[in-house]
Write a protein that binds this ligand. Structure first.
Ligand SMILES: [Zn+2]
Length: 71
């Protein structure tokens, strides 16, 4: 099989969703259906004003209303 044949085969294969699963198995060690989703870790920080743990996606502390500083 030469390189052109392989490329053609790959294009056929990529139309098939099963192959994505198989590929995920190879890449991710057995997690079929996982695909390429990367889990987002919620980032939590402490409010500089009241030390309440707040999610960094929040702009203001839900406890005291102080602005959430990212660093
Ligand atoms: Zn606060």
């Amino acid at each position: 099989m030469d390189a052109n044949n392989i490329q053609q085969r790959m294009q056929e294969i990529q139309k098939n969703d099963d192959v994505l699963d198989a590929f995920s198995k190879i890449v991710l060690g057995g997690k079929a259906g996982y695909k390429t989703v990367i889990e987002k870790k919620p980032i939590i920080i402490k409010c500089h004003s009241c030390q309440t743990v707040v999610d960094i996606s929040q702009k203001f502390c839900h406890e005291c209303g102080a602005k959430v500083e990212k660093n």
